[in-house]
Design a protein around this ligand. Structure first.
Ligand SMILES: Nc1ncnc2c1ncn2[C@@H]1O[C@H](COP(=O)(O)OP(=O)(O)OP(=O)(O)O)[C@@H](O)[C@H]1O
Ligand SMILES: [Mg+2]
Length: 274
C-alpha cells in the first residue's frame, strides 16, 4: 500500500508480469507456488549485479518467484535473447523475456534473475521510484484536494458487492475511516438484512452487475421502503447501458471501477456530508 510511485506504461508493465507469470507456470508442470511481491528499496551506492549496473537511489521492486524447475547456470546468460527458448517447437517463441527486458530497460529499470535447479527461480524487477519526495503519497487519478483531505466520517453504510476481495477491502477501508459497514454479497442478502434491520442506514453502496438481483433493481426495491437513502453505484467501464438505466432514477452517485480506496472514501464522505 505504501509503495512509491513509478512512471510506467501500465499496459507494458502488465505484459512484463504476465510473461513472467506464464514462464513460472510453465516451469511448474506438477504445480507449485507463484509469488508476486512488491517493495520499495533504497540502494545506497552504485553496484554491479551480474551484467546490470544499478545506480544508487530509491527503487520499487517487483519480484516474481516460482518453485519450479530452475534454470541451468549455463542457460541463464541466454534467456533474455530474442527467440531463445528451451520449449518444444510450437510452444515457445522465446520472446517472453526479451520483451520483459526491453520494457524494463525502456522504463529505466533493471531485471535480475536468480535460480536454483529443482528449487525455483526469482525474477526481480527494479524500477526507479518517481520523484519519491514530491509525490510520495499520491495515487494516480487523484487531485491534491483529495490527497490532503481528512477522509474520516460517521454513519452506517450497507455495502453490496458479490466479489469478495473487492467487498472485504472496501468494507475495511470504510471501517478504518469510522463508518459502520454492513456487508452483503448479493442483492438478495441485502434485502434480507434490510428487512430485519431497524437501524437507519445512511448510504447504500452497490455494484451494478451481480448475479440475481442486480444493482438497479436493488436500488428500486430498497427505495420503496427507504425513499431517502443515499446511493453510490459502483460500475465497470463496459456497463454504460446499465448506467444510463440507473441515471434515470434520481439521486444516484457513481464510482467507476477500478477505484482506489481513497477515491471510495472521498466519494462516501462527499455523499454523507452533503
Ligand atoms: N521461471 C522460469 N523457470 C525456468 N526456466 C525459465 C523461467 N523463465 C524463463 N525460463 C527459461 O528461459 C527461456 C526463455 O524464456 P522466454 O519467456 O523468453 O521464452 P519462452 O517462454 O520459451 O517462449 P515465449 O515466452 O515466447 O512463449 C525459456 O524457454 C526457459 O528455458
Ligand atoms: Mg515465456
Amino acid at each position: 500500500r505504501n509503495l512509491d510511485l513509478v512512471k510506467v506504461d501500465q499496459g507494458q508493465i502488465e505484459q512484463v508480469i504476465l510473461n513472467l507469470a506464464v514462464n513460472a507456470r510453465d516451469a511448474m508442470p506438477e504445480g507449485g507456488a507463484l509469488t508476486i511481491a512488491t517493495e520499495t528499496i533504497d540502494i545506497p551506492r552504485a553496484q554491479q549485479i551480474g551484467t546490470e549496473e544499478i545506480l544508487a537511489g530509491r527503487y520499487v521492486k517487483i519480484e516474481v518467484t516460482d518453485t519450479g524447475t530452475g534454470i541451468p547456470a549455463g542457460v541463464v546468460p541466454r534467456i533474455f535473447e530474442p527467440f531463445f527458448t528451451t520449449k518444444a517447437v510450437g510452444s515457445g517463441t522465446g520472446l517472453g523475456l526479451s520483451t520483459v527486458y526491453g520494457i524494463v530497460k525502456q522504463t529505466g529499470g533493471h531485471v535480475l534473475v536468480s535460480s536454483e535447479i529443482d528449487h525455483g527461480t526469482c525474477f526481480s524487477i527494479l524500477l526507479p521510484a518517481y520523484a519519491a519526495d514530491a509525490a510520495q503519497s499520491a495515487e494516480p487519478g487523484e487531485d491534491a484536494e483529495t490527497r490532503n483531505r481528512d477522509l474520516s466520517g460517521a454513519g452506517t453504510i450497507m455495502l453490496v458487492e458479490d466479489e469478495d476481495p473487492v467487498r472485504l477491502f472496501s468494507a475495511r477501508a470504510l471501517r478504518n475511516k469510522g463508518y459502520k459497514v454492513i456487508e452483503a454479497r448479493s442483492g438478495e442478502a441485502a434485502m434480507e438484512i434490510l428487512a430485519a434491520e431497524e437501524e437507519q442506514i445512511d448510504l447504500l453502496i452497490t455494484d451494478v452487475v451481480m448475479p440475481g438481483i442486480d444493482g438497479p433493481t436493488l436500488i428500486r426495491l430498497v427505495r420503496e421502503h427507504r425513499p431517502h437513502i443515499k446511493v453510490l453505484c459502483i460500475s465497470g467501464y463496459s456497463e454504460d447501458a446499465l448506467r444510463q438505466r440507473i441515471a434515470e432514477q434520481a439521486d444516484i452517485a457513481f464510482l467507476s471501477k477500478p477505484f482506489s480506496l481513497k477515491q471510495l472514501a472521498g466519494r462516501v464522505k462527499e455523499l454523507l456530508d452533503g
